[in-house]
Design a protein around this ligand. Structure first.
Ligand code: ZN
Length: 214
């Protein structure tokens, strides 16, 4: 299978779904959303999910959130869920790195989360695999840190399936080829520390590996 490596200039926009796994919403004390919670990350924070992962030294706790990432190969406007799934060209793994203390302060003020989500290096992204090789309703992901499983989930645990939230999004924002969507994180998020070795698995394939440097 041909793998695709995306740099920031290959990506149009990054859309993220927050609180898309009930157990993760609960671990942060958040209510389960009735409609998808959408936010963005800057494409300029994409870095390879490989080798050294640089995280900020002076911005407080930096949490890992492993997520299934999908890339669109077709435009989607007001599209039905099945058409949205058919519009996905590639699938991989991303870390939605989050400055948790900064995010909590922003949430308390009712402000957007950008300052907690788009710092330099905030979106390690694995190589992507062609979506044609996957059943997009049967994807699982696992993150190990220093050999211990810290996050694992299956897309059937999502509150809004990939087809459903893409359809929701496509009715509100025109989606184009090159858009990248981070589909939410399962429970088990937590702070990263210097020297942590991360391995991300998608459907049993070790797609990403990195070591944390501050
Ligand atoms: Zn996330």
């Amino acid at each position: 299978m041909t793998r695709l490596t995306l740099t920031p200039s290959d990506v149009n926009a990054i859309y993220c779904v927050g609180r898309n796994y009930a157990a993760h919403a609960a671990e942060l004390g958040n209510p389960v959303s009735k409609s998808p919670l959408i936010f963005t990350k800057s494409r300029t924070c994409i870095v390879p999910f490989a080798g050294e992962l640089s995280i900020p030294t002076a911005l407080g706790r930096c949490d890992h959130e492993l997520e299934i990432a999908v890339r669109l190969g077709s435009p989607l406007t007001a599209a039905a869920p099945a058409a949205c799934l058919a519009g996905i060209s590639h699938v991989g793994l991303a870390l939605d790195l989050t400055l948790r203390e900064a995010q909590s302060a922003l949430k308390a003020k009712g402000h957007p989360w950008d300052l907690a989500k788009s710092f330099a290096g905030a979106c390690p992204l694995s190589e992507l695999l062609p979506a044609a090789g996957f059943d997009l309703t049967d994807l699982d992901l696992t993150l190990t840190i220093n050999g211990e499983v810290r996050q694992s989930g299956h897309c059937r645990q999502m509150l809004f399936s990939i087809g459903d939230f893409l359809s929701f999004l496509s009715h509100r924002i025109p989606l184009v080829p090159g858009d990248l969507i981070l589909t939410g994180t399962p429970a088990g998020v937590g702070p990263l520390a210097e020297g942590d070795v991360l391995v991300g698995m998608l459907c049993g394939v070790a797609l990403a590996e990195g070591v944390v440097r501050r």
